[in-house]
Design a protein around this ligand. Structure first.
Ligand SMILES: *Cc1c(COP(=O)(O)O)cnc(C)c1O
Length: 395
């Protein structure tokens, strides 16, 4: 048995997305900027994709810019808002300590360029408090960037409230919605969002494609100079096959969203219940305000890396946190942000389920994790010290 339980890292392309992409690669190779028929055909399907993507999140087609993925969309949104702020003498940016590195590293760079960044604390439940968001806003705040749902612990943030606060204070609100779009309801109008990032490969579309929503009237500058594609906001010949495939994947994900969420929530909650039976283990993040397919645990006295290797031997593909920190010795910045101490954060496991998960597979995962955690603890010096009372348990 092989079970893929790392859907927050990437997802398998859906058959529809794959078929759409292959057909487009074969049949529609024109350049959308060309004026003859072959080019205009490409332009036509590109604009249809823009309309489809916009429709899913409640945006207008002109508010969508296609990018190479979530990272580029995050970079462009944040840099644009920072630049627009600077022109008005606003150089303060607010974000949170558990954002994706595409956000955090862009902010680090902006700090070197003279901006001041406030990173809000995230509480133990993995949620940002709107009251603290409001308290952090200053006269010179240009931008607030808070992710829609966290990629490691899956917690869903009070985006609508945060957006309303930003709107009332004249602060641009960006949300990295890469984990949310196609999985939970997202409506840029109702949710008071000015800028939003999304990525196709997180909702069964192709890698290397995503989009940035930028509300009409909010200034958007470009990262890449060149031609006039994407109304001058993103130069370079459009990746038409991937964009059209992304739109197909998103429409499909949206059509099946409620049905899939129901399946995932049921299996997620079974997994949480099963893993909670392991002594000295704790779920990371709120049990209910989390993505339908996300389970994230810490187990005291073990190393997450060893757990992952042994799970792989049993055919279970999972991760300890984000793909970006895998292989490094640093514990997840997300788990540290919610207050897990280093030793505990090291023993983490993230399971992000696919919609095709079965009862049998969920049971198999629970049994496998139980066995492996017990096995690893049986020869862990830390566990021995915890047992003897030399160290005290945290969980
Ligand atoms: C995957 C991910 C990204 C990066 O998206 P890419 O398309 O891989 O560049 C950004 N933010 C979050 C929350 C993600 O999960």
């Amino acid at each position: 048995m092989r079970i893929y339980a790392d859907n927050a890292a990437t997802t398998e392309m859906s058959q529809t997305a794959l078929d759409t992409m292959i057909t487009c690669l074969k049949d529609v190779y024109g350049n959308p900027s060309s004026l003859y028929e072959r080019g205009q055909k490409a332009k036509e399907i590109l604009e249809q994709a823009r309309e489809d993507v916009a429709g899913v999140i409640g945006a207008a087609p002109r508010e969508i810019t296609f990018t190479s993925g979530g990272s580029e969309a995050d970079n462009q949104a944040i840099r644009s808002a920072a630049l627009a702020g600077k022109k008005k003498g606003k150089t303060h940016i607010i974000s949170t300590a558990f954002e994706h590195h595409a956000v955090l590293h862009t902010l680090k760079q902006l700090e070197k360029e003279g901006f001041e960044v406030t990173l809000l604390d995230v509480h133990e439940d993995g949620l940002v408090r709107p009251g603290e968001v409001e308290a952090a806003i200053r006269e010179d705040t240009a931008l607030m960037s808070v992710m829609f749902a966290n990629n490691e612990i899956g917690t869903i943030q009070p985006v609508r409230e945060i957006g309303a606060i930003c709107r009332a204070h004249g602060v641009i609100f960006h949300t990295d919605a890469v984990q949310a779009v196609g999985h939970i309801p997202v409506d840029v109008v109702k949710d008071n969002i000015d800028m939003l990032s999304a990525s196709a490969h997180k909702f069964h579309g192709p890698k290397g494609t995503g989009f940035l929503y930028c509300r009409k009237g909010v200034p958007l500058s470009n990262l890449i100079e060149g031609g006039a594609q994407e109304r001058g906001r993103r130069a370079g010949t459009e990746n038409v096959p991937a964009i059209v495939s992304m739109a197909a994947a998103l429409k499909e994900a949206e059509a099946n969203r409620e049905k899939n969420a129901e399946i995932l929530i049921r299996q997620r909650d079974r997994l949480i219940q099963g893993l909670q039976e392991i002594p000295h283990a704790a779920l990371n993040g709120d049990a209910k305000k989390r993505l339908p397919g996300n389970v994230n645990f810490c187990f005291e006295g073990i190393e997450g890396e060893s757990l992952l290797l042994l799970l792989d031997d049993k055919g279970i593909e999972a991760s300890s946190g984000s793909a970006c920190t895998s292989g490094s010795l640093d514990p997840s910045h997300v788990l540290l942000a919610i207050g897990r101490v280093h030793d505990v954060a090291h023993g983490s496991l993230r399971l992000t389920l696919g919609e095709d998960i079965t009862d049998e597979e969920t049971e198999y995962i629970i049994q496998s994790v139980k066995e492996i955690v017990a096995h690893l603890r049986s020869f862990s010096p830390v566990w021995r010290d915890l047992q003897s009372g030399k160290l005290s348990f945290i969980l």
